[in-house]
Design a protein around this ligand. Structure first.
Ligand code: ADP
Ligand code: GLC
Length: 481
């Protein structure tokens, strides 16, 4: 039995701010239990929902040498759906109202602590993974710490690491002197061929240099990040390591995201009966959100972190124009204030057409995926994207920009060949996006049968973890030997 440990800063069902949590919560369940014992380690945030916190059991604690002190490391555990979770507890670091804060230096101190604690906890709990699968910059210090001290000991000697990039934009950068001081790592880890980048220490770079293999969450993004536009200054390194870098497209949990059984949605439906049943969700949502009650109006959904990454400047640019059409726009998201206020403004201006829900809600997200006709996601860059996969699963047609995972998972409608599962445009241009939205509107209003056939294909597409989990297994096998 090969032993794998996932280490990440968030994971469903305990704590989630975005798609990383969905992946960490759903992928381990789909790795073959006959051959792999996969466990997950995340921080024990005090902002976890109380009903989830109740499930955790205290295991033990110890004190770790960190940032010139002996620092408390608590270990808790829980089991969900047959997967064992470990939690690293320290209220100083994980006690805030949300997982991530704004102070970059403190975030580095916090997640370098988490990375070192994750390694230090292993001999204490007696779990010796063959491979540690690290996710994003928050865990990128694990391969570095392993290289520095841990691998010198028998316990860690043969431990392999994989570093998965979910989002290259976030790297954990700060001045070298401070990071050296905080992490206690020697100078050799702060050179141009290790963690230094443009005179700063860069934690993600450390992970990318020292991990045994690198992955990211779609094929297209794996290629894009080798270019200057998407590479966030790490394209040189990613080119140098391109032999060790592969793209494995994300899946979603097909049991959770199932329109036939999901408890959050008003009316369950399936690929066989959506033509009659899906509309009931639209009616319910129009009522709930105070939009005009009309079966026919083309309803566009957005569920997203409200950041530049997701293409909201394009949307802001054409909102007035788009609202002249016979459409309804339902937004659920939080993030940058200017985008939150932009949607609030348009909801005020076009009350019965635009609904701005500026908060986080699992339940409302499912209702939107189920109720809308189309889902808009015009990202500037998108490592994979899960929202478009959720929309496909619910028969809500994605309108996306052809980048990263969006390009790999949404096949654009071709009216001549009757193929495709959604709509897409190429350039980061507001009117190219608007034309594509209007093309979708035209098919929806004038060729309803065609529209429904696109839904047939969208709902038949399979983005469960089956295929991708096998690719991870192959990689683990190859690395562990
Ligand atoms: P990213 O990880 O970049 O935010 P993804 O598309 O991979 O983008 O994943 C986003 C996840 O977060 C999806 O599960 C989506 O439904 C969820 N989500 C985003 N914003 C909200 C919100 N305000 N309320 C509920 N779920 C949200
Ligand atoms: C990141 C990316 C998103 C991806 C998710 C899970 O948050 O922005 O594209 O789907 O990670 O891998």
């Amino acid at each position: 039995m090969k032993k794998i440990l996932f280490v990440a800063s968030e994971g469903v069902p305990f704590i989630k701010t975005g798609g990383l949590a969905d992946v960490v919560g759903s992928l381990p369940k789909c790795i073959d239990k006959k051959y792999f014992d996969v466990r997950v380690m995340i921080p024990c945030y005090t902002c976890m929902k109380p009903q989830m916190r109740e499930k955790l059991n205290y295991v033990t604690h110890f004190y770790m040498d960190y940032n010139w002190e002996g620092v408390y490391v608590g270990i808790l555990e829980a089991e969900v759906d047959g997967i064992k979770y470990y939690f690293i507890d320290n209220e100083k670091y994980f006690g805030g109202p949300k997982p991530y804060g704004d102070d970059a230096k403190y975030e580095i101190e916090k997640y370098a602590y988490f990375s070192k604690a994750a390694l230090s906890a292993l001999p204490v709990i007696g779990f010796q993974p063959d491979l540690i699968h690290c996710h994003d910059w928050q865990t990128a210090m694990i391969p570095v710490y392993l290289d520095d001290r841990f691998r010198q000991g028998e316990f860690f000697k043969d431990m392999k690491t994989v570093m998965t990039i979910h989002n290259l934009k976030f790297q954990g950068r700060w001045g070298i002197d401070d990071v050296k001081n905080i992490t206690g790592l020697p100078y050799r880890y702060f050179t141009a061929d290790t963690m230094e980048l443009y005179n700063d220490a860069n934690l993600l770079k450390g992970g990318l240099v020292f991990a045994d293999a690198l992955t990211t969450v779609s094929n297209t993004y794996a290629e894009e990040i080798k270019t200057a536009f998407y590479g966030e200054s790490l394209e040189g390194l990613l080119n140098a390591r391109s032999g060790d870098l592969r793209g494995i497209v994300n899946g979603i949990d097909y049991e959770d995201f199932n329109p036939e059984t999901n408890p959050h949605i008003e009316h369950n439906y399936s690929a066989a009966n959506f033509r009659k049943e899906k509309i009931k969700n639209k009616r319910a949502l129009q009522k709930e959100l105070g939009l005009k009650q009309d079966d026919k109006t083309f309803m566009i959904g957005i569920v997203s972190r409200l950041t530049d990454q997701k293409g909201f400047d394009l949307i802001a640019y054409i909102m007035d124009e788009l609202c002249q059409d016979n459409v309804q726009i339902v937004v659920l998201g939080t993030g940058e204030e200017r985008y939150e206020n932009m949607f609030r403004h348009f909801a005020w201006k076009y009350g019965d057409k635009v609904s701005a829900n500026i908060y986080y809600s699992e339940a409302l997200s499912h209702k939107i995926y189920a109720a809308c006709d189309a889902f808009l996601m015009p990202s500037l860059f998108e490592p994979c994207g899960l929202s478009q996969l959720m929309s496909l699963r619910y028969g809500t047609l994605p309108i996306v920009r052809e980048t990263g995972g969006l390009k790999d998972t949404v096949e654009p409608y071709n009216e001549y060949e009757s193929t495709g599962t959604g709509f897409s445009f190429r350039n980061y241009n507001a009117h190219e996006m608007l034309n594509t939205i209007r093309y979708a509107e035209k098919i929806y209003y004038d060729k309803k049968r065609e529209w429904n056939k696109i839904i047939d294909r969208a709902m038949a597409a399979d983005f469960s973890w089956h295929v991708s989990a096998l690719k991870y297994q192959e990689m683990y096998d190859w690395l562990i030997g």
